[in-house]
Design a protein around this ligand. Sequence first.
Ligand code: NOJ
Length: 559
Amino acid sequence: MKKNWWKKAVVYQVYPRSFYDSNEDGMGDLKGITKKLDYIKALGVNALWLCPVYQSPMDDNGYDISDYYHIDPSFGTDEDMDELIYEANKRGINIIMDMVINHCSDEHEWFQKAKKNPEGKYGKYFFIKKGKNGNPPNNWRSIFGGSAWEAIEGTPYYYLHLFTKKQVDFNWENQELREEIYKMMNWWLDKGIAGFRMDAITYIKKAEGLPSFESDGEDGMVSVSYGSLNQKGIGNFLTELRDRTYGKRNAMTVGETAGVPDEEVVDFISQENGYFSMIFDFSYCQLNLFEPNYYWYETRKWTPEDVKREMFHSHGLAGEKGWLGVCLENHDQPRCIDHYLYPDGRNYYGASMLAVMQMMLRGTPYIYQGQELGMRNCRFASIEEYDDCSTKNQYAGARKEGYSHKEAMEFMFDMSRDNARTPFQWNKSENAGFSIKTPWLKVNENYHEVNAEKQMKEQGSIWNWYKELIELRISSEYTEILTEGSMCPIMEEQKNLLAYKRVWQDKEVVVLCNYQGEEQKAQLSNKWKKVIKDNYGKVISEEKETLLLRPYEAVILEM
Ligand code: NOJ
């Protein structure tokens, strides 16, 4: 594979539980993904990020791994994984595994041994400490709510967990543990996978001594981020991790890296020697929240100008040296049509405009399963119907804060991670063609209208629009400029116009997104040569310098 091959990749993210059920148990599996590889290929992408499929008790749907070397039986067998890698590679699709190494499951053998002997070898793989006067060792609040410490029954010890109490944090200071992790990651690379998505990776370093901090809430606790997010010295861990594993192999990595300060972005993503090939730009994902990363049950109003500001800020930081992973959705976020559009734009035009905005940016685009169909958020009838641990915690938090059941449910409708996790909508048959058994999670009722079979046949569907943009991006005369070209915002002052140009050698491409339900004029600084794409089909323009943009119109021009 060519050096930095990921720059010409478009990645499709699969959430295996919800993609396709091949063995009729109501849950998606690896054979199901293999069966649908031709669908993924038809869209035109060349890489596939697979959310965790390792053995796991599934407290957080696989982000709690109990054995890194084996596949969870609910997804199939180790041989099914080999088959998927083989069949994907055959079709020119690179497999990117999700790698969760900030924590493992409490059912992992290492933690089981650690519990038996907290002061022994395996106890040192984790943060296990004695409590203070019957209280946990410090006042950190876990990301999913409640104390970040859990008592080990029958002992004076507690263990640290930044996420659920079944996700135990590794102690990265311990070299033996680090060696185990490198061995395991190299083992996966040897199998023929093309890289990793690095889960929660900026949490691996904890503040020395694990001190308490001044409380930031009425519960007397403080967000774990103070003592565990992007802490001083994390760079040494990340450098060693890279050099001992993927760095030697031209493998792609994308970091899920909350909390990277502006001045450190290039250290993470420089194409020369960054810790990763790229990191996700999440800057605009939580614009609608009061407290990013925490109480997502309290939302606030956002505007397209906020999205624009945040997006351009990140791209400014990445500059020409760096490289970003650009996404609008993933398995933790609501669907983009509901998340980034006002109700008047929740239609074909809004969805296709978002696609243009994302797909023409400098960086590697990620499409989350169903995004290419315009899948939507899903309203569940009761809190019991939800599966996600974080949703349940947020609901409980909202009720505790005094919100009524109805109000709390409204927050869940907007922000629950299960919005993105409902079964993939293949066709209009029962359960959207996902499974002949009752699916593990409710199917969105709109599947008669929104499904792959229908959209693949339909000219002018969202699916076909994504396919065209992917082709433009990775196999057209514009591939070089859309990959290597610099990116620069234009007409930044014009309200609700999100516009930028890509420039490479003597070529220039301009992208215009009318991010509002009203028309507006766009005045270019010179004439365009060709309309490459327009989600309305044809532009309204006089003199090739002025365009009248209709509601949510998106235009790509060659200048
Ligand atoms: C980020 C993952 O995307 C999310 O689904 C998970 O709950 C946390 N990391 C913990 O692993």
